[in-house]
Design a protein around this ligand. Structure first.
Ligand SMILES: C[S@@+](CC[C@H](N)C(=O)[O-])C[C@H]1O[C@@H](n2cnc3c(N)ncnc32)[C@H](O)[C@@H]1O
Length: 361
């Protein structure tokens, strides 16, 4: 699977789009508001830059693409008003892979700016927003051009499915029954990818600049822990049921592994320390209940539908590329039923690992 070519969240604003089904990810961004505010105001106080360059990496499309950006701008504006300083101008770079629905975001930029000026007393500094397509595992920006980098729920995407996981039978990610070589291969891929990410950003971020990164991760040091594997175990369950029904070939199922890795805080910290260009200021773990996927709506028939839609909005392109279009409705209907049953019986959550760091000289 060529991840950079195949991966994109479901585009547009339909029932199955990412824009309509990304409340879990939005909640995660709300939970890290104060960490981001502390970091961006720290950068502004030390640089007093008249033009602040901020990158949102893995922005996707829909309301989340500019969600953190509005939090960051509001924090800087509040500080400027306290310091009685003129607002800086903002250069905002929205990055994702080339298949992302960038046009979907561009259509919302005018209303985003209007709303921001209404919500901030006295208005905000000029805001220039551009798209920056490309993989964040390579260079995207000129040297020393960024003051602040934010990314949420994107860095658990690897650049590729690790090599040597062919014996991960019946699973689509690390699971209890995964052989040890599979766990090792996934961790090795994460280490290589995250280290490349840090090297590239080290070139692009100015001295004293900061990054706040939130991973879909885990608390535990055990990569097979249920807290990080369960959502995909249940998707594997749906696919395995379809193998038994003869709708999917066993070899097809065995050849499907996800390009994801959900790191622990210590695994994230270790890579930052090893790479050496940034110092960690703060590390935090938070959790989001899967029920958040339903928003304010009351689902008397259970939460399965909305959580399945949320996962479908993210994984449908990968499922279609591997298994074909014909089975996709069936996969996510089966998944919905399994989720509905599990969520009635247990409290299911996603774990977020957030790290805030500063670029050293
Ligand atoms: C689950 S979405 C998260 C989007 C948004 N940040 C949020 O919190 O709602 C993950 C995004 O990361 C992007 N992504 C994954 N790997 C990437 C890479 N190597 N370079 C750039 N973007 C990537 C995906 O295309 C996707 O849009």
């Amino acid at each position: 699977m060529d991840v950079a070519q195949v991966l994109h969240m479901n585009e547009g604003t339909s029932q199955t789009s990412y824009a309509t089904n990304s409340l879990i990810q939005q909640k995660a961004m709300s939970l890290t508001k104060s960490i981001k505010e502390e970091a961006i105001t720290g950068v502004y106080k030390t640089t007093l830059a008249s033009s602040l360059a901020i990158a949102e990496l893995g922005c996707s499309s829909g309301p989340n693409a500019l969600f953190a950006i509005q939090q960051l701008i509001k924090a800087v504006e509040k500080l400027c008003s306290k310091l009685k300083r003129e607002s800086p101008e903002y250069r905002i770079f929205l990055n994702d892979l080339p298949g992302n629905d960038f046009n979907g975001i561009f259509k919302t930029i005018d209303s985003f700016k209007r709303q921001l000026s209404c919500e901030v007393e006295g208005g905000v500094g000029s805001c220039f927003i551009v798209g920056a397509p490309g993989s964040f595992y390579s260079r995207i920006f000129p040297a020393k051009s960024l003051h602040f980098v934010h990314s949420s729920y994107s860095l658990h995407w690897l650049s590729q499915v690790p090599e040597g996981v062919e014996n991960n039978k019946g699973n689509i990610y690390i699971s209890r029954s995964s052989p040890s070589n599979v766990v090792k291969a996934y961790y090795g891929q994460f280490q290589r990818d995250f280290s490349s990410f840090l090297k590239c950003r080290a070139e692009e971020v100015v001295e004293g600049g900061k990054m706040v990164l939130t991973f879909l991760g885990r608390r535990s040091d055990d990569p097979k822990s249920k807290e990080c594997c369960y959502i995909w175990d249940l998707l594997a369950h749906a696919l395995n049921d379809m193998v038994l029904e003869g709708l999917i070939k066993e070899e097809q199922m065995d050849g499907f592994n996800l390009p994801n890795y959900t790191p622990s805080p210590s695994e994230v910290n270790l890579e930052v320390v090893k790479e050496g260009s940034f110092t960690v200021n703060h590390m935090e773990v938070s959790e989001v209940s899967w029920k958040v996927a339903c928003g304010e709506e009351d689902f008397s028939d259970g939460y399965g539908y909305k959580v399945a839609q949320c996962i479908r909005a993210v994984y449908e392109p990968l499922v279609v590329s591997h298994f074909g279009e014909a089975i996709v409705e069936h996969v996510f209907r089966q998944y919905q039923e399994i989720l509905a049953d599990r969520m009635l019986k247990e409290n299911t959550v996603s774990i977020n690992v957030t790290v805030s760091m500063t670029k050293l000289n």
